[in-house]
Design a protein around this ligand. Structure first.
Ligand SMILES: Nc1ncnc2c1ncn2[C@@H]1O[C@H](COP(=O)(O)OP(=O)(O)OP(=O)(O)O)[C@@H](O)[C@H]1O
Ligand SMILES: [Mg+2]
Length: 374
């Protein structure tokens, strides 16, 4: 190869490697290639329409001249100019329809095929997270059991005992994160869930009892405003997780010893709607975080800065969001930094119709999250 071609050959090799191994580069190349193809086809359509308009205009004018020379009643200048205007309108209409059709077609191609590698990789990532979490769970349980067994030894020195106690606390924390990861993975395959008439009030009461110890340790009052017979069409295990994640956040993000409170309310809003509300008098959520807190692994700055969120995974609300979406519910948040947060979830009440087909026609559920900055 001549030496002056070597830099170009290196560039081509570099770009080919990037295309093969860099997913985003590959997607970007596909999108750009399709956009260039669209631009070329639009240029062809415009060139065709100009040529078509010219030919048709010449034909129309020619016909007018012939009629003027030979016909008994020659075409007037006005009718001739109207005929020419009609030709240009027709051409404009046809070419617009073709360009519109091309845009739609290329839009679909970009959405379905050009972005396919990225979509595929995100799905792979979720599955990968689920598999890894599953693999780690068993060895973790074994380590925890062994540590607990070791703690039974009465001759164990105090310092070692403390270390083992700390180890168990950390193992519990990792197990919780692993469980969250596994739930997140399961939620991406919704057909596994069984839906039935479930009393959301019962679930909320159980969650409150379970969080009494945590609330006591953080000196936060738990207030029960739960009505009777609030049946939703849902999966009880998943709904338990929703209430647990919300109550745990509310208690954890309420500063200790400031006479804080967490109110859990469940009520019928209408014949078709049940409301779950978890309201706290905690640190609140910054406006810039509010739009992101439902994203997996997102943790707000405020909680991190205050050290409250240490050891959390940022999956709690992402799981809540997935579960509410699968239940065709909606989430609404109101939060004021330094004053508190209220998260309201509305779920369809149990009716024969939604018990028959809980996933709806599309099987996807709705995804509604509204945020109130007041
Ligand atoms: N009640 C609340 N008050 C203040 N901030 C909150 C509240 N609930 C959630 N947040 C903020 O939203 C972020 C995301 O919450 P999420 O429950 O998803 O994750 P996490 O609590 O950090 O971790 P995990 O729940 O997975 O252990 C939190 O890091 C916190 O900043
Ligand atoms: Mg949380």
């Amino acid at each position: 190869m001549p030496p002056y071609l070597k830099p170009y050959a290196a560039l081509v090799t570099d770009l080919t490697d990037k295309y093969r191994f860099n997913l985003f580069y590959k997607t970007a190349t596909h999108v750009v290639a399709l956009q260039v193809a669209l631009a070329l086809m639009s240029i062809i359509v415009v060139a065709w329409s100009i040529q078509y308009a010219q030919e048709r205009t010449i034909e129309t004018v020619g016909e007018g001249i012939v009629a003027g020379i030979f016909a008994d009643s020659p075409a007037s200048t006005q009718s001739l100019s109207e005929a020419v205007a009609r030709v240009s309108d027709e051409t404009y209409l046809y070419s617009s329809i073709i360009v519109l059709f091309l845009n739609i077609l290329f839009g679909i191609l970009i959405a379905r095929y050009a972005l396919w590698p990225t979509r595929n990789s995100l799905q792979f990532q979720k599955r990968f997270i689920g598999n890894i979490a599953h693999e780690i769970r068993t060895p973790l349980a074994i380590i925890k059991t062994n540590t607990e067994v070791a703690l039974f030894d009465p001759k164990l020195p105090e310092s070692v005992r403390e270390t083992f106690d700390d180890t168990i606390l950390e193992l519990d924390r990792i197990s919780e994160t692993i469980n969250n990861l596994l739930s997140f993975d399961t939620l991406t395959r919704p057909r596994r869930m069984q839906f039935e008439a479930t009393d959301l009030g019962d679930i909320a009461r159980t969650a409150l009892v379970r969080h009494e110890a945590l609330a006591k340790s953080r000196e936060v009052h738990l207030i029960d405003e739960i009505a009777e017979d609030c049946f939703v069409c849902g999966n009880s295990v998943a709904l338990e997780q929703v209430v647990t994640n919300l109550v745990k956040n509310a208690v954890n993000y309420t500063p200790k010893g400031k006479n804080g409170s967490v109110t859990v309310r469940v009520e019928k809003e209408s014949a078709h709607k049940i409301i779950l509300s978890v309201k706290d008098t905690g640190i609140g959520i910054d406006q810039k975080d509010l739009f992101h807190i439902f994203e997996p692994f997102y943790r707000g700055d405020t909680s991190r800065a205050r050290g409250i969120g240490t050891g959390t995974s940022g999956l709690g609300l992402a799981i809540v969001n997935e579960i509410v979406r699968l239940h065709k519910g909606a989430i609404n948040i109101r939060s004021t930094p330094g004053v508190g947060t209220e998260i309201r979830i509305s779920l369809p009440s149990a009716t024969d119709k939604n018990l028959e087909d809980p996933f709806g026609e599309d099987g996807k559920g709705t995804n509604e999250v509204s945020v109130d900055f007041s």
